[in-house]
Design a protein around this ligand. Structure first.
Ligand SMILES: Cc1cc2nc3c(=O)[nH]c(=O)nc-3n(C[C@H](O)[C@H](O)[C@H](O)COP(=O)(O)OP(=O)(O)OC[C@H]3O[C@@H](n4cnc5c(N)ncnc54)[C@H](O)[C@@H]3O)c2cc1C
Length: 602
């Protein structure tokens, strides 16, 4: 497989800017912009998932870790473990879009997909980014060729979201040659069979502003190190074929050279790795959504009730249309985001990992949006797919039951969706306060505009003209509500979590709406017409705008009262004024298309 350059001509757009800019379709990367190499890797991974993973699902679900490791090795032989590893260390050094494509195509089985993406993502990337040349030379070739499996151990029984308060301690020996670790990590994916672990522990900082304090620090620990063991396998609701265990560190002595990065800088490693983990989780659940949809669609076409295929019923068609639209939206935000990340890395030397993670950190808001939106779309899809199966959805013999159970973890790991919602609003407000993002001037413009009364509406043309109006209104409503909340709570806004959450829902809706609309337009421009993508963008814009309006009302009701509240509600009504689209007709059109196609396709 050849090394790839980053893709197509998209613009370099700063993180978080989507709220205050109006990008064009050509500024964004979508699935349709895949290069031939991207399509080839998608095909290779999909073939592997269908021919090697799916036939072994029963054994995978029964935790046959020998088999799973064998599959890892086979996938590695195809280069699929090496995508993110630099060429100097036995990897392929490919772009971020490629690694997103790989996890997406392994998303058709939750257990295998989770194990494999933990290995290639959070299990490998800390070494790629922060390892010394010696550490990389020792471990990366083995991680690339499937000899070793990686894992990432941040969480503990008393600290998951609050990861910085981990209790595991690492004490440097007096001669400075070794660290002794004591403590217990919890919930570690691949814990039962991984060979190399990035483990986070508190270590004493000797120099700098934190001198004398215990701060989170990352270490590399190999299985087989005395004092290191893994605990029992957790009995989980879903992804039962993945290994999840505690790690026990009992006077575990490792060479001081196993320190990863710097003492006290583990938080940077932990959080930067999570940004990648979040957008890649979006891709993994996208693959899961498509599989679950296709199963539900196939069943809907086959199942007869009242003398008809149930796919002929309006309420089943409505489900199929909503599921397919959700997948379209998920694809649009996942690849728009990884496209932006890839674009931002174009001028960064491949070995400048400090710059690479800084650039990715710039898209932390989009990474969290993708994590939240795609995992919640998956939940909707598996739920509706199970419903289509009726009673058969509720029993193990049919695939809907496992998909339903497997999906649920995605709202919990890689930062819970609550934590990610707080990150979305918090990071945007922080960037605005620091002057990095011109959000405050944009809020002021909106405030001035609404106070000045009704203005001339911009005339637009095209099949998505009304949705562009909705999008513009959604941005205004979001900025207006954010402005009102900042004005009321100032620096204490972060303490008003329900307001932060409502603002996050508005921000997520803006990003998903815009991504779907721009992608539909890009497809239309390339193909001459794009009836189904346009219909999907319209359906999504209508529902996302409902969320924006409802959340705006929630925020204003919380921050204003009396005459002020009445005035602000009137402003919301004015900003949100629109003629509703006929979503019933649009959904019927989408359903007819997917029923005819027999699978999700655009
Ligand atoms: C199957 C599985 C695999 C996992 N794999 C790994 C792995 O490989 N490596 C690893 O390090 N970890 C892993 N985890 C751990 C996972 O990341 C944590 O479970 C997750 O971060 C949540 O932490 P917690 O379970 O301690 O919940 P808590 O942090 O206790 O959260 C409980 C609830 O409170 C909410 N909450 C917490 N803090 C706040 C707040 N400030 N504001 C509002 N709400 C809040 C949460 O959203 C959640 O709803 C895995 C977990 C599971 C179940």
């Amino acid at each position: 497989m050849a090394t790839m350059t980053t893709p197509v001509a998209t613009a370099r757009i700063p993180g978080g800017a989507f709220l205050i800019t109006t990008p064009s379709p050509d500024d964004c990367f979508f699935t349709e912009d895949f290069t031939d190499e991207h399509r080839q890797i998608a095909q290779t991974t999909n073939d592997f998932a269908v021919k090697e993973v799916l036939p072994n699902v029963a054994s995978i679900e029964a935790k046959d870790f020998g088999l799973i490791r064998g599959l890892f090795k086979k996938a590695a032989d195809l280069g699929l473990s090496a995508v993110d590893i630099p060429e100097d260390y036995g990897g392929l050094g490919m772009d971020k879009i490629t690694s997103a494509i790989v996890v997406e195509n392994f998303g058709n089985n939750g257990s295998f997909g989770t194990s494999f993406s933990a290995h290639t993502g959070i299990g490998t990337l800390p070494l790629v980014w922060y390892g010394t040349a010696e550490q990389k030379a020792k471990y990366l070739p083995k991680l690339a060729d499937g000899t070793f499996v990686g894992a990432y151990a941040l969480s503990e029984s008393s600290s998951g979201s609050d990861a910085l308060s981990a209790k595991t301690k690492a004490v440097l020996s007096e001669d400075g040659q070794t660290y002794t670790l004591n403590g217990e990590k919890m919930w570690i994916t691949n814990g039962g069979f991984a060979d190399i672990f990035t483990v986070f522990a508190q270590a004493l900082v000797k120099e700098g502003k934190d001198a004398g304090k215990w701060r989170l620090t990352a270490f590399l620990i190999e299985r087989g190190t005395p004092g290191f063991s893994n605990g029992h396998e957790e009995h989980k609701l879903g992804i039962r074929g993945s290994s999840t265990t505690p790690l026990i560190l009992n006077d575990c002595v490792i060479p001081a050279s196993n320190l990863l990065g710097e003492v006290g800088k583990g938080d940077k490693i932990a959080f930067n790795i999570l940004n990648v983990g979040r957008y890649k989780l979006g891709n993994a659940v996208l693959g899961g959504s498509r599989t679950s949809f296709n199963n539900g669609l196939r069943y809907a076409k086959d199942r007869k009730a009242f003398g008809k295929s149930i796919s002929e019923f309006g309420l089943i068609q409505e489900k199929l249309a909503n599921m397919a639209t959700g997948i379209f939206v998920s694809e649009s935000i996942c690849y728009r985001t990884v496209g932006m990340v890839s674009k931002s890395l174009e001028d960064v030397p491949k070995d400048d990992h400090v710059q690479i993670q800084k650039r990715i950190e710039g898209y932390a808001v989009e990474c969290s949006i993708v994590k939240v939106a795609a995992s919640e779309i998956l939940d909707m899809v598996v739920d509706e797919s199970l419903q289509i199966f009726g009673g058969y959805g509720y029993v193990e013999e049919f695939p809907a039951e496992r998909s339903y159970r497997d999906a649920r973890i995605n709202r919990i790991f890689e930062g819970t969706n609550e934590i990610n919602r707080l990150i979305i609003t918090g990071m945007l407000i922080k960037s605005a306060m620091a002057g990095k993002l011109a959000l405050m001037p944009a809020i002021k413009t909106i405030m001035d505009e609404v106070m000045a009364g009704p203005s001339e509406k911009e005339e637009r043309e095209g099949p998505l003209a009304a949705e562009h109006d909705l999008l513009a209104a959604a941005k205004k409503l979001t900025l207006f509500a954010a402005g009102a909340a900042v004005q009321k709570y100032m620096m204490t806004l972060a303490d008003q979590q329900e307001v932060m959450g409502a603002l996050a829902d508005m921000i997520i809706s803006v990003y998903t709406m815009e991504s779907a609309v721009l992608r539909a337009e890009k497809i239309a421009a390339a193909k001459g017409s794009a009836e189904i993508p346009v219909a999907m963008a319209r359906v999504h814009a209508a529902t996302a705008f409902d969320t924006v309006e409802r959340s705006a009302r929630t925020v204003i009701a919380a921050v204003a009262d009396g005459d002020m509240a009445r005035t602000q509600f009137a402003i919301l009504r004015r900003l949100g004024k629109h003629e509703p689209a006929d979503v019933i007709a649009l959904r019927r059109q989408i359903a007819a298309y997917v029923i005819q196609a027999g699978k999700y396709t655009i």
